[in-house]
Design a protein around this ligand. Structure first.
Ligand code: ADP
Ligand code: MG
Length: 580
């Protein structure tokens, strides 16, 4: 990937005035530091070698001037450190917000592939060094550039040959740094990938902690974690090795430069080309030239860390949501709820087999239909095409005669309510979780929805009623209770189209009956598709579609299908036998 320079710099935009004042301040501070060695030179050369009777008062004056300079420098540095870091942190915050918002837009097919822990790593860890780079980067480069050029010019005037001798080391140093930068960049990138793997492992193990414990597989999880943890260590070891080579290589150059100055300088003094005061000044300024080189290692690590973080940020930002609005997408006014599949074929990304081919069916507005068939036949998949969780590979899905691809996504998804077997509740209170169905709903409306969902009774028996915390993913509730909350949510959403995907399958007999009752109420006046493997639950459907791997093989009412003595009758009798 080519580095997106423009995009990288665009994040400065909101903070440009403040950022420029920080830079200006850094500029002044650096320029002032160049004055010090000159003052030292003035004292050692002009004052102490001149008229000693006035020397002391002059030294005091210069001392006073130095104090003023120090004060200005420190105030300036305070501003640069504080505000500079703040800008960096703000920019990091902006990137993080943008990334999270972008992740919210990405489609199911993306999340089918990615591990949550790894995405978390991109959001948090990867962006950490960016604030340092955004702020220190330009400021440090400016600071050291000024000191370097300033020192070079001043040194050149003091003693040109010696300055050029020092300068000759620099191209070698440049080549050396460039070479190691590449190695370091690769190593730092691998670090980020490895810590992302660690995070993914943690996320997986901790989300499944109940399964881990019930199988008493803690040791297996620890082992899996340690494998990733050790891989991270290995990658860090490689980074440190590269860094150690690099740091010490640079240090060697610096020592060579210092030795050169001392030998050359002393020779020049012996040959009376240079005096002692100049050599002292020279040594002071050489440190100004060396410092940027020394810092180069630190800066390049910082630079590489920031850059790789930004690249990993852009990898996600560059992904277009697989499913997005057309430019002229329409908002649905009033939806009646007619659903049509026209010659629909579908295959999951990267899969070889089609889930179904050329499937056609129409569901009338307000109709109550059931979808039955063996597990894995594609019932859930079929339903997920209506709200465009996935797009058809071929053919069209229509809502009230309008292709779902032409409908604004929000507007489309607002018309469809889904109750599934797995309920996802968010950490928070009962009230907050029901309100998820319609964030604008009042407390009264929420209580009405809960009553419709047969949930009010059990909610009132919780310690804090509607304000009770339900724990992460609703761990403090039973399966039936969670399902009733999810139904209350859909009551509140009040969509014209309803999909009930094995909504009662995971429940015990008693909760199933309570939930079934509220589902029947929920289905009233809406186009409803029920998926159920217990055929007893769908007997009263107006039409039943039988979906097998050959597509829809039968449709009709329960009695019609039984009379046909085909696939449905076969499924039914098998279940009937099981129940006996
Ligand atoms: P059903 O709901 O009838 O049990 P599904 O619609 O869940 O069946 O699955 C149909 C087929 O598609 C199965 O073979 C399943 O393995 C596959 N499948 C389901 N979801 C995905 C997915 N997100 N990515 C890839 N394949 C999937
Ligand atoms: Mg399913």
């Amino acid at each position: 990937m080519r580095f997106p320079v423009r995009k990288f710099f665009s994040y400065y935009k909101p903070y440009l005035p403040l950022f420029l004042s920080v830079l200006a301040c850094a500029f002044i501070v650096s320029a002032l530091t160049l004055v010090f060695p000159l003052l030292v030179r003035y004292i050692t050369k002009d004052v102490l070698e001149g008229d000693l009777s006035t020397a002391l008062s002059e030294v005091y004056w210069i001392g006073g001037l130095m104090l003023v300079l120090v004060a200005i420098q420190n105030i300036g540095n305070y501003f640069v450190d504080y505000k500079g870091h703040e800008i960096g942190a703000r920019m990091e915050r902006d990137l993080r917000s943008e990334l999270f918002a972008h992740m919210q837009k990405l489609s199911f097919s993306f999340y089918d592939k990615e591990k949550t822990g790894q995405l978390m790593s991109r959001l948090t860890n990867d962006l950490l060094q960016l604030s340092e780079l955004y702020h220190h980067g330009p400021e440090d480069y400016l600071k050291y550039l000024i000191r370097f050029i300033g020192a070079f010019i001043i040194l050149f005037f003091i003693n040109a040959p010696l300055t050029i001798a020092v300068f000759c080391f620099l191209p070698f140093l440049g080549v050396f740094s460039l070479y190691f930068n590449k190695i370091l960049n690769r190593a730092l990138r691998r670090n980020k990938e490895r810590i992302a793997d660690v995070n993914a492992q943690v996320e997986d193990s901790l989300s499944g902690i109940r399964v881990v414990k019930s199988f008493t597989n803690e040791l297996i999880e620890i082992e899996k974690f340690n494998r990733e943890n050790n891989r991270f260590l290995d990658s860090r070891k490689n980074t440190y090795k590269a860094e150690a080579y690099f740091f010490n290589g640079v240090e060697t150059f610096i020592q060579l430069i210092t030795i050169t100055v001392i030998i050359f300088g002393s020779t020049s003094i012996v040959n009376q080309i240079l005096d002692l005061a100049d050599l002292i000044t020279f040594l002071l300024y050489v440190s100004f030239m060396i410092e940027p080189i020394q810092k180069l290692t630190h800066m390049s690590t910082q630079f590489q860390e920031g850059i790789t973080g930004f690249q990993r940020f852009m990898e996600i930002m560059n992904l277009k949501p697989a499913i997005d609005n057309k430019s002229n997408a329409m908002t649905m006014p009033k939806v009646l709820g007619e659903i049509t599949f026209q010659q629909v074929s579908f295959r999951y990304e990267d899969h070889l087999d089609d889930v179904f081919v050329n499937l056609s069916l129409t569901i009338q507005p307000g109709e109550y239909v059931a979808l039955v068939g063996p597990s894995g036949a594609g019932k859930t998949t079929l339903c997920s095409l209506i709200p465009r969780f996935y797009d058809v590979t071929d053919g069209d899905v229509l809502l009230d005669g309008i292709n779902v691809r032409d409908i604004d996504l929000q507007s489309l998804r607002k018309t469809i309510g889904i109750v599934q077997q797995d309920v996802y509740l968010f950490a928070g209170t009962v009230m907050e979780n029901i309100r998820y169905g319609n964030p604008a709903a009042s407390d009264e409306e929420i209580i009405v929805a809960a009553k419709h969902a047969n949930a009010d009774d059990f909610i009132m028996s919780l310690p804090n009623g509607y304000d009770s915390e339900i724990g992460q993913r609703g761990v403090k509730l039973s399966g039936g209770q969670k399902q009733r909350l999810s139904i209350a949510r859909v009551f509140l959403k009040n969509p014209p189209v309803l999909i009930l995907d094995e909504a009662t399958s995971a429940l015990d007999y008693e909760s199933e009956n309570i939930v079934k009752e509220s589902l029947e109420m929920l289905a009233e006046g809406r186009t409803t598709i029920v998926i159920a493997h217990r055929l007893s639950t769908i007997r009263n459907a107006e039409r039943i579609f039988v979906l097998t791997e050959d597509g829809i093989v039968e449709q009709g009412s329960h009695n019609e299908l039984l009379a046909r003595d085909g696939a449905y009758a076969h499924l039914y009798s098998k279940q009937f036998e099981l129940q006996i």
